[in-house]
Ligand binder design. Structure first.
Ligand SMILES: *Cc1c(COP(=O)(O)O)cnc(C)c1O
Length: 354
């Protein structure tokens, strides 16, 4: 795979000035990666200036939602840049693409794209703990044609955002018993924008009722816990760590998998199982469930302080609790190079010179 670095991209990088305040996902790096798919094959990739896309109004993505995305982080790492488990994101994006009848981005193309963006944006990575360059790869069907068939043309991009730590703070969750975010047999285990769109209405009215996020139940049985809209769910019961087992409607988080590995390493008892919502609420009420948290790439770990169900509120005793704190610190220590990379999670990328 050849990658072209457009001279205009270098001009954009040289002229870029970091704003004082970053926030999360609002400041965009001045370059992006693009590859195109046409006639059954992928083009070479190119690094180009960041800017608006040109899309035909009949492009399939705009009507039939053929698109999926990923999210991963690049950290300052030794004298270079460290990508955290990017091969997991490559594999997951291939899975999401297949579910929507799109050609999977080959792992080598995905990795080249992430490396090219990370190495050219190395100087844009902020250096305080918790800060990083957030990479957002996405794939979409661009064929201009309103017939309901899979697109024949696709574009794959990676954009990047230098970001502060995403602080969700302590979260109050609303147990969503009416709506579902994804159907059984649908796209729950694929990272697609449509799942997010389906979750927004539930979340929209929450703030005024004193909640931050919806806790989604399994759309088939409507009785066991699945996850949040963009984060996986964990609870600590009698010192053991519990998380819903993967069931087809839960997105398999890279952070989730990393939490499980770190917890096992710490000697914690770990259970991946069905968690009945009424059992969970009773265990929170009795204090057996002392701690709960959500996890994902952006926020890493967000403690949950309260679960609301109808007019009942169930308060967690510890938010943040010791297990969430321990796992968050252990993960960041690896990502920021303070601890040995004993699981082989970090992929080092040299800094590009230009
Ligand atoms: C992206 C995502 C997560 C978290 O996955 P990570 O790989 O840990 O960032 C969890 N749930 C949903 C629905 C997601 O889209």
């Amino acid at each position: 795979m050849n990658i072209t670095i457009q001279p205009e991209a270098i001009v954009s990088l040289r002229g870029f000035e970091m704003p004082e305040r970053l926030g999360f996902g609002t400041v965009m790096a001045p370059v992006m990666f693009r590859a195109r798919y046409q006639d059954g094959r992928w083009s070479d990739g190119e690094l180009i200036p960041y800017g608006p896309l040109s899309l035909d109004p009949a492009a399939k993505v705009l009507h039939y939602a053929q698109s999926c995305f990923e999210g991963l982080k690049a950290y300052r790492y030794g004298d270079g840049v460290g990508l955290f488990r990017p091969e997991r994101n490559a594999a997951r994006m291939a899975h999401s693409a297949r579910r929507l009848c799109m050609p999977p981005v080959p792992e080598s193309l995905f990795m080249d794209a992430a490396r090219t963006v990370a190495s050219h944006c190395a100087t844009l990575i902020p250096g305080n703990s918790g800060e990083s360059l957030y990479l957002r790869p996405f794939l979409m069907g661009t064929q201009p044609d309103l017939s309901v068939t899979a697109s024949k043309a696709y574009e794959f991009y990676v954009i990047a955002s230098p970001s502060e730590a995403y602080h969700a703070g302590n979260m109050r969750l609303w147990v969503e018993r009416e709506d579902s975010r994804a159907a059984v047999g649908g796209t729950g285990d694929a990272k697609v924008g449509g799942n997010y769109a389906a979750s927004l209405l539930s979340i929209a009215g929450l703030k005024e009722r004193g909640y931050d996020q919806s806790l989604w139940l399994n759309p088939g049985n409507r009785h066991t816990v699945d996850e949040l809209s963009g984060m996986n769910f964990f609870a600590v019961m009698d010192g053991a760590l519990h998380t819903p087992a993967l069931n087809g409607s839960i997105l398999e988080g890279v952070t989730r998998d990393s939490m499980l590995a770190l917890a096992r390493e710490q000697g914690l008892e770990v259970h991946e199982r069905e968690i009945d919502i009424d059992d969970l609420l009773a265990l929170v009420a009795s204090g057996t469930c002392s701690e709960a948290f959500a996890c994902g790439t952006a926020a890493i770990v967000s403690p949950i302080s309260e679960l609301g169900d109808g007019d009942q509120r169930y308060r967690l005793q510890q938010a943040p609790g010791p297990v969430a704190e321990l796992l968050r610190r252990s993960l960041l220590d690896i990502q920021e190079g303070r601890a040995e990379d004993r699981f082989g999670w970090m992929q080092k990328v040299p800094v590009a010179s230009y």
